[in-house]
Design a protein around this ligand. Structure first.
Ligand code: FEO
Length: 398
C-alpha cells in the first residue's frame, strides 16, 4: 500500500533494494534505488509519475488497492525517462483517456518510447492546473537532465515534485531525509550529482535562482529517487548551489591502472611528495580496475586536482583509464588541474596521450607528465617525490 506523506499526498512508488546497476551498467547503485510516484487527492485526483517498467504490474495492482483508477483525473509526467514513465503502458491500458500533463518534449519522447497517442496536454513554465484547494504550477527544467524534464509545485501543501533533481539512488523504507543515515544519504546525493548533473551545472544554478525568485513557500521536496526532503528541504538546494559552482575540496586524487605495479609505485611516490609539500591536502589513490567507476568520478568531482596514470600498452593506455576518460570528458568538470604519469618499457606514448586527453576533458594540465622506465629504483623514487612537489607548486600558480 501507499505511504501517507501529507493528508493529500500519498507515496505510491517502488523501492528497489536489489538494483545494483542503472542506465545499463553506466551507474552503480550499490544501495539500490526507488522510483517515487505520488498520488494527490484534492477535489481532483492526480498521479505524479510512475515507476520503471519491470514493476509496472505490481505498481498498477498496488495503485488499485489505493484508489479506483477511474477516479484519477490527471497524470503528470515530469520526466519521460523510462524509470518514471515505464509503467504508463500498463496504467493507460486501464484508463486510456486520462490526460497526461507534460512538456512538449515530454510528449514527443513518451511517444518515441511507447508509440501511443495518449491524451497529452502540454504545459510550459507558469502554467497551472486547478485541482481544488490546491493548484499545480509547472516549471520546465530542460536539460536537468533531459530536454523534457519538469518540476511540479503544489500550492497549499507547498511541495515541489522535482523528479530527478535533488534525488539519490538510495533505497529507503522510511522515505524521509531525517530518518536516513546522513552520511550514506549525502554520499549517494553527491555521487548522483557528480555522475549525472555535473555537465548541466550552469543550468542548475540558473534554474534554482529562477525558482527561488518565485518566493514559493517550501515544506517538502518530493524527488523521484531516494528520500523526500522534509526536514529543512533548503539544505539540498543550498548544497546543489555549491556543487554547481565548480565544486572542489582541498583534495588531490591519483587515479591509475597498473600492470606489474610500476605505475602504482609511481602513484605512491608522487603522493608522498605531495604530502611533504602540502600536509594539509587530502590525498586519495584509486586503482581504476579495482574501484567502482562512479566512485572514482565522485572523488574526481570532489578534487581540486588529479593525477592520471597508466603504463603504456600497445602504444596507448589501459582500457579502464580509457573508459574513465570517456566518462570524465562527458561530465565537463570545470576549474580543476591535472597531470599524467605512467611507467613504460619502450615507446612510452601513454603519458603524452593522457596529457592531451585531460586537456580535451577541460582540465588545466601540467604539460610535462612523469614517465618512469621499467621499475623505479631509489633515484627514480626520489624524482617521483620531487614531481609530487612540483605538482603542488603547479597548483599554487595562478
Ligand atoms: Fe530517473 Fe532521468 O530518470
Amino acid at each position: 500500500m501507499g505511504k501517507k506523506i501529507t493528508n493529500k499526498v500519498t507515496w505510491v512508488g517502488k523501492v528497489d533494494w536489489e538494483l545494483k546497476n542503472f542506465h545499463g551498467h553506466e551507474y552503480s547503485t550499490r544501495r539500490g534505488s526507488s522510483y517515487n510516484s505520488y498520488l494527490i487527492r484534492d477535489e481532483k485526483v492526480v498521479l505524479i509519475d510512475t515507476v520503471w517498467q519491470p514493476f509496472d504490474k505490481e505498481f498498477v495492482s498496488r495503485l488499485k488497492k489505493e484508489i479506483d483508477l477511474n477516479e484519477i483525473d490527471y497524470i503528470v509526467a515530469n520526466h519521460s525517462e523510462i524509470d518514471h514513465s515505464g509503467a504508463l503502458v500498463e496504467l493507460m491500458r486501464e484508463i486510456p483517456n486520462t490526460p497526461i500533463y507534460c512538456t512538449a518534449n515530454g510528449a514527443k519522447i513518451i511517444k518515441g518510447h511507447f508509440h501511443q497517442d495518449w491524451n497529452f496536454v502540454t504545459v510550459k513554465t507558469g502554467d497551472t492546473l486547478d485541482i481544488g484547494e490546491s493548484k499545480l504550477v509547472f516549471v520546465e527544467a530542460p536539460m536537468l537532465h533531459w530536454p523534457d524534464s519538469m518540476f511540479t509545485y503544489m500550492t497549499g501543501e507547498n511541495i515541489l515534485f522535482s523528479n530527478d533533481a535533488f534525488g539519490q539512488h538510495y533505497a529507503t523504507e522510511s522515505l524521509f531525509n531525517d530518518i536516513a543515515d546522513q552520511s550514506e544519504l549525502y554520499e549517494e546525493a553527491t555521487k548522483y550529482y557528480a555522475n549525472i548533473l555535473t555537465p548541466y551545472s550552469r543550468l542548475v544554478t540558473k534554474k534554482i535562482e529562477e525558482v527561488l525568485a518565485l518566493n514559493l513557500p517550501l515544506s517538502m521536496i518530493c524527488t523521484s529517487h531516494g528520500v523526500i526532503w522534509k526536514d529543512n528541504p533548503a539544505q539540498i538546494i543550498e548544497q546543489y548551489l555549491k556543487w554547481a559552482d565548480d565544486y572542489q575540496e582541498n583534495q588531490i586524487t591519483l587515479v591509475y591502472d597498473t600492470m606489474w605495479d610500476s605505475t602504482r609505485i609511481m602513484a605512491e611516490a608522487i603522493a608522498a611528495g605531495i604530502e611533504e609539500a602540502d600536509p594539509s591536502v587530502k590525498i586519495k589513490l584509486m586503482n581504476t580496475s579495482k574501484e567502482d567507476k562512479n566512485d572514482v568520478v565522485t572523488e574526481i568531482f570532489k578534487s581540486k586536482a588529479i593525477l592520471l596514470g597508466s603504463p603504456t600498452i600497445n602504444n596507448g593506455f589501459m582500457h579502464s583509464i580509457g573508459g574513465l576518460l570517456e566518462m570524465v570528458t562527458g561530465l565537463k568538470m570545470k576549474g580543476k588541474k591535472a597531470a599524467a604519469f605512467g611507467s613504460y618499457g619502450w615507446g612510452g606514448e601513454a603519458v603524452k596521450q593522457l596529457t592531451e586527453a585531460l586537456k580535451k576533458a577541460g582540465f588545466t594540465v601540467k604539460e610535462d607528465g612523469k614517465r618512469s622506465q621499467w621499475v623505479p629504483d631509489d633515484t627514480e623514487l626520489q624524482s617521483l617525490k620531487e614531481y609530487g612537489k612540483e605538482f603542488v607548486a603547479f597548483l599554487n600558480e595562478k
